[in-house]
Design a protein around this ligand. Structure first.
Ligand code: HEM
Length: 222
């Protein structure tokens, strides 16, 4: 039996943020402009344009529209629905350590809610980084308006924070994708990120607390 894990809206939110986020990193690095310094990148077929600052800037703006729209939608939609599944709870740190140790074969994994405790902590971390990135990004858009003057010191500090947050964002994505791919126990979650569905046996085994809830609501059997 399959259980519904994500709605179409949630899948669209995740993949819009993921694709536009990765493209924002690629074009942001291009604005520095780093690819011109490492010529082999410009020699990769199809990437000849990657040395052009203005192309990166234009694409950065376009992906920022998708990213910002998805972030604002996410906050409003889940805020209004009062969804709390990914909000960290008391004791998540300790339980995360147990989940991560179990992933490498040490000890037994405690039963989880719909999301694992380490996913809730990752969500908070990702959320803080994304909030800093978008706020400093919006300040940069305002600064670029022809009729706006921003003192160079303020602009420099804002740019520094934006660049540091982008670096943390890159690290967070590498860790996030790494944990999903490196551990076989997470592969059904990856599949659910495309199909929206997950095997009930997997839920019973790993997300025991969520499974009990689903049973009470008549959405899972036995
Ligand atoms: C900018 C890039 C991305 C961001 C900001 C992002 C963010 C998130 C967040 C906040 C969650 C919920 C908490 C968690 O599981 O950590 C999540 C879940 C997930 N993401 Fe990503 N993600 C990104 C890219 C990706 C990519 C490229 C993959 C593919 C390997 C991926 C696969 C998943 C999976 C499998 C889940 C778990 C879904 C579940 O629990 O059912 N993500 N993502």
């Amino acid at each position: 039996m399959k259980i519904k894990r994500h709605s179409i809206i949630e899948l669209a939110e995740h993949w819009t943020v993921a694709v536009s986020g990765i493209m924002l990193l690629f074009t942001g690095i291009g604005e520095l402009p780093l690819y011109k310094r490492y010529y082999f990148i410009l020699n990769i077929p199809g990437l000849g344009w990657a040395g052009d600052y203005f192309k990166h800037l234009t694409l950065h703006y376009i992906f920022a529209i998708f990213f910002l729209a998805a972030v604002i939608f996410h906050v409003l939609y889940h805020g209004l629905r009062k969804d709390k599944g990914l909000i960290p709870r008391k004791g998540d740190m300790g339980r995360s350590v147990k989940v991560l140790l179990a992933m490498i074969g040490i000890g037994k994994e405690p039963p989880s809610e719909k999301y694992l405790p380490e996913q809730r902590i990752a969500y908070l971390g990702m959320g803080i980084i994304i909030a800093v990135l978008t706020l400093t990004g919006v300040v940069k858009i305002i600064k670029n308006l022809p009729f706006v003057y921003m003192p160079p010191l303020l602009n420099g500090i804002n740019t520094l924070i934006h660049t540091l947050a982008a670096f943390l964002f890159l690290v967070a994505i590498i860790v996030h994708v790494g944990i999903v791919i490196a551990f076989k126990s997470n592969w059904p979650l990856l599949k659910s990120m495309f199909t929206g569905k997950i095997d009930s046996d997997y839920v019973r085994e790993r997300h025991g607390i969520w499974y009990e809830e689903l049973k009470r609501e008549g959405k899972a059997d036995d």
